[in-house]
Design a binder for this molecule. Structure first.
Ligand SMILES: CC(C)(COP(=O)(O)OP(=O)(O)OC[C@H]1O[C@@H](n2cnc3c(N)ncnc32)[C@H](O[C@H]2O[C@H](COP(=O)(O)OP(=O)(O)OP(=O)(O)O)[C@@H](O)[C@H]2O)[C@@H]1O)[C@@H](O)C(=O)NCCC(=O)NCCS
Ligand SMILES: Nc1ncnc2[nH]cnc12
Length: 284
């Protein structure tokens, strides 16, 4: 079945763990099927990546679906962070096996995984709280207290630039998803009705403009992050996807990122998380 049809065919509420896993995986594929996203891989090109393409990202998304389902089931059973972490680590291992060692979705496993656990938990309790708030309240302290890999790109960026990265984002209830991405997605749906891809591009640009993405810091340092944020902000200030010629302007920004080897992998993950949350919380 084609991706758009499968997306619409999802039932709106009370999803089972397996369905939540499929929805999370589908959110990752919708992120991939979005062009132009500055520096990132899409169905059109590989952006600033030599080791990844759209097929690899989609294979990774397929591999992760059962793990996301397992996280939703664990959340429904009230699991603590140790159990979620064990499933997350197994998912990372499966991702690396499926991609011959390429880190396609480590950040997404973490963020979307926690949102799946929250969706399972929320369903079991029969309440309607935002998923981000549930992650923060139920697992926030344990996320911040968890083991840190001193050699990861994120840990280096945290030490050098003070960026909180994926952990701080989750522990605080995903402010980039709720305060940046979802308002941008909903506003863009008004600006460009009937063009879902345009709404996803606008959301991606809003995230790049606002987030301290540790991938940008790792690849381009503080100057790379500044350049990326300024480029995305200028795109939005010029009217974003509501202005004529936006596709060419977005494609030019994409090429400028590629020329500087910049890739906002964190913004890509947060876009997928926003699509997932939007589907669950507003049924769109
Ligand atoms: C907590 C972990 C995720 C550890 O992460 P780390 O210490 O590495 O910390 P971060 O950098 O903070 O986060 C890791 C990934 O998260 C994405 N990200 C970046 N910035 C943000 C942000 N501000 N908010 C949220 N998320 C963010 C990003 O992931 C994406 O990019 C990766 C691909 O990029 P690429 O440029 O190819 O990078 P590399 O391959 O690294 O380098 P080169 O190619 O340049 O050589 C890809 O992963 C995307 O998803 C960050 O990379 C976590 O590992 C951990 O603790 N895991 C244990 C499991 C667990 O606890 N799970 C909980 C339940 S599920
Ligand atoms: N589309 C994408 N391009 C590069 N890195 C990513 N990480 C997650 N999605 C990505």
């Amino acid at each position: 079945m084609n991706l758009a049809l499968r997306w619409q065919a999802q039932p709106q509420r009370a999803l089972r763990a397996e369905q939540l896993g499929d929805l999370a995986s589908l959110s990752l594929k919708r992120e991939v099927e979005t062009y132009p996203k500055p520096g990132l891989v899409s169905h059109v090109d590989n952006g600033a990546h030599r080791d990844m393409d759209a097929a690899l990202l989609c294979r990774s998304a397929d591999t992760l679906a059962p793990f996301f389902g397992e996280l939703a089931a664990a959340g429904a059973e009230g699991a603590g962070m140790d159990r979620l972490r064990a499933i997350g680590v197994a998912a990372e291992r499966a991702m690396l096996a499926a991609t011959s060692g390429v880190n396609t979705h480590r950040g997404a496993i973490f963020g979307l995984g926690l949102l799946c656990a929250a969706a399972g938990y929320r369903g079991a309790l029969g309440i309607r709280k935002p998923l981000g708030e549930m992650v923060s309240q139920r697992w926030g302290a344990a996320i911040l207290d968890g083991p840190i890999s001193l050699r990861s790109h994120g840990a280096l960026a945290a030490r050098r630039y003070g960026a909180g990265g994926a952990r701080a984002e989750a522990a605080c209830g995903f402010p980039s998803v709720y305060d940046i991405a979802l308002p941008a997605l909903h506003a863009a749906q008004q600006l460009a009705p009937r063009d879902e891809e345009a709404a996803r591009v606008q959301t991606c640009m809003a995230l790049i403009a606002a987030v301290a993405d540790t991938n940008l810091l790792h690849r381009g340092g503080a100057e790379g992050l500044r350049f990326a944020q300024a480029s995305a902000s200028a795109f939005l200030a010029a009217g974003g996807v509501g202005s004529s010629g936006w596709r060419k302007r977005a494609a030019d920004i994409h090429q400028a990122f590629v020329a500087r080897n910049l890739s906002p992998g964190g913004a890509a993950d947060l876009l997928a998380m926003a699509l997932f949350v939007d589907r669950i919380e507003t049924g769109c």
